[in-house]
Design a protein around this ligand. Structure first.
Ligand code: UDP
Length: 326
């Protein structure tokens, strides 16, 4: 197959490009490099450009042989979305609609969409399955849910098939050590902890230890990037075989608290580091854990990196390699 990966220079996109290429697919990455890195695209063709730019999209699609599009080029920071909603609605909604309409013009009818657990809002129960009520509590979650809703309508009216994958906490790095997580600014827990473990950062700040959880810190479901990408490939194959849209929650189904992640990082790295307790971060639910049984059953998918220690180990390998290159 020939697949266009939009946002293929970012964290999840770059791992996906590798997975698709290794599975024998032709891959084109489109990325404007606003957050991604050119050197993270190690396979296939690379086009620098914006997903909201019709002329770039037309020039890619007019070759006429693209079978499917995977879209990873979303803005992802909840806090930033509260302060700059316009940025989130423009990129995550308007630009995605430009992409979808370009697909329709060129009769490309298979779409894989990076959605998020943030579409559910404050959990009414946990683990969260696909039926859980969708009530986002921030512009980031709203922007992703709007596209999920648009995709229902595009399917009904235009026959555009879409699979929306609601990620819980994507984590870890390519087990080969070729790729990893490189966000600037970094806001995600595991890379921040590992930067503290390696001495790149003074401490790790824990956002709240007064939640109603076993140790008072927030519980999240960390899913390894490789497992996440496997699920994308299986979801694409199933969607094209069945000619049907789908929605899946993707997580490990296991929750770990911030303190547990810190303990595992100390064990994996062999280093101690300073931990400071800070006030809660706005918009953080106490517990977010996926019920991923639908994805497991429908896609015949099973996360390989079920243990947090193994996930953190791959991220630690990436962190130490990064330091060695400095
Ligand atoms: N977190 C933290 N300190 C940090 C960054 C994150 O305590 O420096 C907590 C955050 O409050 C949440 C969990 O770690 O409970 C995971 O946060 P992250 O930003 O990695 O992912 P999110 O769950 O927001 O998608």
């Amino acid at each position: 197959m020939k697949i266009l990966v939009v946002g293929g220079a970012g964290y999840i996109g770059s791992h996906m490009v590798k997975k698709l290429a290794k599975a024998g697919n032709d891959v084109i990455t489109l990325d404007n490099l606003s957050y991604g890195y050119r050197d993270a695209v190690k396979y296939g063709e690379f086009v620098e450009g914006d997903l909201g730019d019709d002329s770039v999209l037309d020039s890619i699609f007019k070759t006429g042989d693209i079978d499917a599009v995977m879209h990873f080029a979303g803005f992802i920071q909840v806090g930033e979305s509260m302060k700059k909603p316009s940025m989130y609605y423009h990129n995550n909604v308007s630009n995605t609609l430009v992409l979808l309409d370009a697909m329709l013009r060129h009769e490309v009818k298979n779409f894989i969409f990076s959605s998020t657990a943030a579409i559910f809002g404050e959990p009414e129960y946990t683990p969260i399955d696909e039926k859980h009520i969708k009530q986002p509590i921030n512009p980031y979650g709203h922007s992703k849910l709007m596209i999920e809703q648009a995709l229902d309508d595009y399917d009904a009216a235009y026959g555009l098939r879409a699979t929306c994958l609601r990620y819980f906490n994507a984590a870890g790095a390519d087990p080969d050590g070729e790729l990893g997580e490189r966000h600037v600014p970094e806001t995600h827990l595991i890379p921040l902890i590992l930067q503290a473990a390696s001495g790149r950062r003074e401490d790790i700040k824990v956002f709240g230890d007064d939640y109603e959880t076993n140790d008072g810190t927030c519980v999240r479901d960390y899913i390894h990037i490789n497992d996440l990408c496997d699920a994308h490939l299986l979801a694409l194959q199933k969607m094209m075989k069945d000619d049907q849209s789908a929605r899946y929650n993707l997580g490990n189904g296991k929750g770990f608290s911030v303190k547990q992640v810190i303990d595992v990082a100390k064990e994996v790295s062999g280093n101690d580091f300073k931990v400071s307790i800070e006030p809660r971060r706005a918009g953080d639910p106490a517990v977010l854990v996926a019920d991923a049984s639908l994805a497991k059953q429908a896609l015949n998918w099973q996360p390989e990196f079920a243990e947090l220690k193994d996930i953190v180990q791959t991220a630690w390998n990436w962190e130490t390699e990064f330091l060695a290159k400095q």
